[in-house]
Design a protein around this ligand. Structure first.
Ligand SMILES: [Fe+2]
Length: 559
């Protein structure tokens, strides 16, 4: 297996096509064979690494086909000695109920007793073993997920593991900035190997299609919290390399595979890679770095958000809630104008479920929501100039950085949700469901329009959070978030004399929070949106955890 450095990752899959991503040790022609269907691509180079995205077309809908990967005609995947079932490409089928896993926040540390004692059991790996049939009978055909959606903090560039630190130690002085945090593309390439290279997870990622969006730790804790935060970073001599390395490696490892072949074909840099003919390998290091640098300086120069439709069952809109922010103090917004317009166009009914993936929960536990809205008002001087510095300090110290702390965007998107649910943007869906992570606790919130709006929701409005996959919250923070979950979030405008705008939604948490490392599944059933969260339990064999359900909620449809 030495020629295949990382992957294959099965990425975008629809009824008849699949995209597979690989990193190889050398320049090569990569071939994927799945039954009668074959796809081929030459590797392209970035910072001395070799990658290929192979598009396989002509697959039959609703089938699961075993596949192999070849480099220059030699089979490199699956490994001859693999203990796992043959990896497959499972295509979608119109009308078959969608089943999607989701979760966020996963550190990459060892899976032995020591690793589990420090960080708990990796819920993704427990799911992988479950799917492989290692610890149970495996899953029945109708339980096989269509995809897994990773909602951020796929890698931790700031809080590094012992293995990552060892890699840093052998290439530079960790006493110098950025110390044991990631410095550049090369270190990111290694971090992705640690995240995706462990055999059980690697098998899972080779056999379940995936979609993913970054959150702060993929770049750095609190990424783009405020203009002050950005100014602090930009004043350092290491931030520029970090953000360019982070976004460049994100484009290669995470972003490209989110797109359908048709969408990818519209990406200018991908066009250049795709249209390169000739036996030599195209090196796009300079172009990928330039794209990353520009995307950081001019967020509207590149879109990381993506959207896909699952026939008329569901639309999945995955929003970049980190890189496209407006941080100018008097017009802060979670999304800039172009991104907000893009989202606005996609917030429509005429599907059975409108699913919105955002790394940061749109609806937080009520007390946290109020604290963040209040914190933003404080930091912007709306409660007096003297309190302003305290507001900025609290914003960074207490992670007051979710949608609630960007009231302008919260209000706009909240109004879109109410309009969709009221049937003003096409036939109302059964649910409008936000899927999120980041907060290291999991819960379900159910919302209604503000009664003052005079509107009735014909859709259930849901927030489902699954966090962490592996990175539990310290106990003291667990207690604080448990307390914050009580009560209903009421419009706060009156309370603060109008200095925090009135919320278009009211909500409560009928379930949660809970704090397990877990992975969730969403299933679109006839009469309900089924949500269930599972964790891995170590029954004595640390490396062979057993999957157990921790919570399940059925949200009835209103149609
Ligand atoms: Fe996060």
């Amino acid at each position: 297996m030495s020629d295949l450095r990382l992957g294959p990752l099965l990425r975008f899959v629809d009824e008849t096509s699949a995209t597979l991503w690989v990193e190889t040790e050398r320049a090569a022609l990569v071939t994927v064979r799945a039954g009668d269907a074959t796809g081929q691509a030459r590797t392209f180079a970035v910072h001395g690494h070799h990658y290929a995205l192979v598009e396989v077309t002509g697959l039959a809908p609703g089938t699961r086909t075993a596949y192999v990967v070849e480099l220059d005609g030699t089979q490199v995947w699956p490994p001859a000695d693999s203990p796992y079932p043959a990896p497959v490409i499972g295509t979608l089928e119109a009308g078959r109920p969608l089943r999607m896993l989701f979760g966020s926040c996963r550190v990459s540390v060892s899976h032995d007793r020591a690793g589990n004692e420090q960080h708990g059991v990796d819920a993704l790996r427990a799911y992988a073993l479950h799917l492989a049939g290692d610890t149970s009978a495996g899953v029945a055909d109708d339980e096989w997920p269509d995809l897994v959606l990773f909602l951020g903090d796929q890698v931790y560039a700031d809080d590094t593991s012992e293995e990552m630190k060892a890699f840093i130690d052998q290439r530079r002085d960790p006493e110098q900035a950025p110390w044991h945090e990631l410095k550049d593309y090369e270190e990111y390439a290694h971090l992705y190997r640690l995240a995706w290279g462990e055999p059980a997870n690697r098998w899972l990622l080779s056999t379940l299609p995936s979609a993913m969006i970054f959150d702060d730790h993929d770049i750095r804790d609190d990424w783009n919290t405020s203009a002050d935060w950005r100014a602090q970073m930009e004043a350092t001599d290491w931030w520029h390399d970090r953000v360019v390395g982070g976004l460049a490696s994100y484009w290669v490892h995470q972003h490209l595979g989110n797109l359908s072949p048709a969408e990818r074909a519209e990406d200018a840099l991908w066009q250049r890679i795709r249209s390169h003919d000739g036996a030599d390998e195209l090196d796009v290091t300079a172009e990928v770095d330039a794209l990353a640098d520009r995307a950081d300086r001019e967020p509207d120069s590149y879109r990381w958000s993506f959207c896909r439709d699952f026939d008329t069952q569901a639309r999945l809109v995955v929003v970049d809630s980190r890189a496209a922010r407006v941080l100018t103090p008097d017009r802060r917004c979670m999304l800039d104008d172009a991104e907000m317009a893009w989202l606005d166009e996609r917030m429509r009914g005429d599907v059975d479920h409108l699913l919105v993936g955002t790394s940061l929960p749109f609806l937080l536990a009520p007390a946290l929501h109020h604290a963040e809205a209040f914190g933003e008002a404080l930091a912007q001087g709306r409660l007096g100039r003297l309190l302003k510095p305290f507001g900025e300090w609290a914003r960074q110290a207490a992670d007051l950085e979710h949608w609630a702390a960007f009231q302008d965007g919260f209000q706009k998107v909240g109004r879109m949700v109410v309009e969709v649910a009221a049937g003003e943007r096409g036939r109302p869906p059964g649910t409008v469901t936000f899927l999120s992570g980041d907060v290291h606790h999991s819960y379900v919130a159910l919302a209604e329009p503000d009664p003052a709006s005079g509107r009735t929701a014909h859709s259930s409005i849901v927030q489902a959070v699954c966090s962490p996959i592996r990175n539990p919250l310290p106990r003291v923070m667990q207690l604080a978030t448990a307390l914050a979950a009580y009560g209903a979030a009421r419009p706060t405008g009156r309370l603060l004399g109008g200095r925090v705008p009135r919320s278009p939604l009211r909500w409560r948490l009928p379930r949660g929070p809970w704090y397990d490392n877990n992975l969730a599944v969403l299933e679109l059933r006839d009469q309900a949106l089924h949500l269930a969260w599972s964790r891995g339990v170590d029954h004595g064999e640390a490396e062979r955890p057993v999957l157990e359900e921790v919570a399940a909620v059925d949200v009835p449809l209103r149609r």
